[in-house]
Design a protein around this ligand. Sequence first.
Ligand code: DX5
Ligand code: ZN
Length: 221
Amino acid sequence: MTPQKIIVAPSILAADFSKLADEVRATEQAGADWIHCDIMDGHFVDNISFGPAIVDLVHKQTKLPLDVHLMIEHADHYVPRFVEAGADSITVHVEPEAKHDVEKTLRQIGEDGCRAGLSLNPATPFESVEPFLDKIDILLVMTVHPGFGGQSFRADQMEKVKRAAEWNKARERKIDIEVDGGINAETARLSIQNGANVLVAGTSIFHTKDYREAIAELRGK
Ligand code: DX5
Ligand code: ZN
């Protein structure tokens, strides 16, 4: 089997916001593949981050695809604003607390020309995303409870990564399997071994001095 390309997506949540434009350009120069934008509304998760205006700012700094992760209620209402701001992929949550019609929102994202992603929290069983797998481009497996950067990776979530990889094996059209939360060189290796191909990392990139080295280490080089 040819090794698949590993996509590294720095989460700007951990960046220094006083020089966000520089941070975005630095990660692009350091070899990042996507930029991950964590959107939090203080309802679906217990934190508030940033909205479309910041995504638009990021978009103006980089040619890299913007991977927008909506940890918000009523995502369907806000999707057009993130499309307008320059999102390339938009990921929404499957939990009922996200208060939207998941299938409808995924369709809306696709119709707006973005790649559609679906995410599930550590406490949410894999079965809840199964009915949607043939309708999405990205499955984002949360490896921490969403809301804050800098938490410890939950290895018990690898079971979901494995099951998604199994699903992919039997299909011509593969979905990206993305892991998010507590990703460092060691947990990246474990995630890749289990079948993940997209690594979101905040702390382990932005809280280091050498972004290029941090990104290379995540890829296992
Ligand atoms: C958690 C966010 C993550 C987070 C990752 O709610 O979805 O993207 O920023 O940060 P680290 O890599 O610091 O765990
Ligand atoms: Zn995220």
